[in-house]
Ligand binder design. Structure first.
Ligand SMILES: Nc1nc2c(ncn2[C@@H]2O[C@H](COP(=O)(O)OP(=O)(O)OP(=O)(O)O)[C@@H](O)[C@H]2O)c(=O)[nH]1
Ligand SMILES: [Mg+2]
Length: 299
């Protein structure tokens, strides 16, 4: 059994076996994991979130991005979040097929995670993993999540750049998109641009963005992920967004949010929920039960 400091040393030297061990230390949330996390020496490696509706081509796009980066001798980590299933067999099997070229590649690390069941949602599982990946010498970190609920918003908060992947048929979903995905997108991809109406949809999207005009309007990039078409343009758009971030925009706000989440999660751990529950069961029946007075005994 390797000690935490052995694992930390292995991680620092970019050893994938140590990386796998480190991931299980974090997942098992042993007492050592806080200590281990605090000992990491992360680099500011870009974290790129890839989200969008089911089947939009996120994994295929990631497959193409990996191909591009590996050809340039870069190291890539991919973390896929499946928000719906605690077992995510389907996601794993599907992604194993779509990203099959890369599972055994020495410069690529791919890991699927279930979001459900994690107290604190996606973030509580992802932030430690992202920090770990930033400490191992990867050049890029990709987070894939299906944009159907809350997880994509959490991923967007973690990512430096959030890419929202849509398909031409999404025309009818534009209203829905206006509310949720519109706000988190730093770059839009219209994937499956080999299909009819791709150009019309991309133009419609650009028009909507212009109407929503803010100082940082997301670019719209057309891709055919299966053919690896549009990848250089997408990479340029990601880079341009990342450069604007480096100027300081939003970055401190993002960090403050992350720190507050960690502090809250830590404070939550200090409270014995079972004990609160038992006491509450006794006291909530009493006359003039005051929730503030009750809660303050645990402050
Ligand atoms: N015609 C066409 N098909 C594509 C393109 N990109 C992906 N596909 C196909 O679309 C299907 C779904 O692709 P995935 O990459 O699994 O999509 P996803 O968004 O990762 O799906 P989930 O993770 O299940 O939400 C697969 O059959 C792909 O081959 C494209 O550019 N054009
Ligand atoms: Mg996928």
């Amino acid at each position: 059994m390797k000690t935490i400091s052995d694992i930390a040393l292995g991680v620092a030297s970019g050893n994938f076996l140590s990386l796998a061990k480190a991931v299980s230390v974090l997942e098992n949330k042993t007492n050592d994991s806080d200590h281990f996390l605090a000992s990491l020496l992360p680099h500011p490696i870009p974290i790129i979130g890839i989200t969008g509706p089911p089947g939009a081509g996120k994994s295929t796009l990631i497959n193409a991005l990996i191909a591009h980066w590996v050809a340039a001798n870069k190291k890539v980590a991919v973390l896929s979040v499946d928000p719906s299933s605690p077992f995510h067999q389907g996601a794993i099997l599907g992604d194993r097929i779509r990203m099959k070229d890369w599972y055994l590649h020495p410069n690529v690390y791919i890991r699927s995670l279930a979001a459900r069941g994690h107290l604190g949602g996606v973030n509580s599982a992802m932030l430690p993993l992202c920090t770990l990946m930033q400490s191992v010498g990867f050049d890029y970190i990709l987070l894939e999540t299906v944009g159907v609920g809350q997880s994509e918003v959490e991923v967007a908060a973690l990512a430096d750049t959030t890419v929202v992947v849509l398909v031409p048929e999404a025309g009818d979903d534009v209203q829905m998109m206006k509310s949720g995905l519109m706000e988190i997108a730093n770059v839009f991809v219209v994937n499956k641009s080999d299909r009819p109406n791709a150009e019309a949809f991309a133009n419609h999207l650009k028009q909507m963005i212009a109407e929503n005009a803010s100082s940082t309007s997301p670019e719209v990039i057309r891709t055919v992920a299966t053919e690896k078409e549009g990848i250089p343009a997408l990479l340029l758009a990601i880079e341009r967004h990342h450069d604007s971030l480096n100027m300081g925009l939003n970055k401190k706000e993002m960090l403050l949010n992350k720190v507050m989440q960690l502090v809250v999660a830590h404070k939550m751990n200090l409270v014995d929920v079972a004990q609160v529950k038992n006491k509450l069961a006794l006291e909530c029946q009493k006359a003039n039960f005051n929730i503030f007075k009750f809660a303050q005994q645990f402050y």
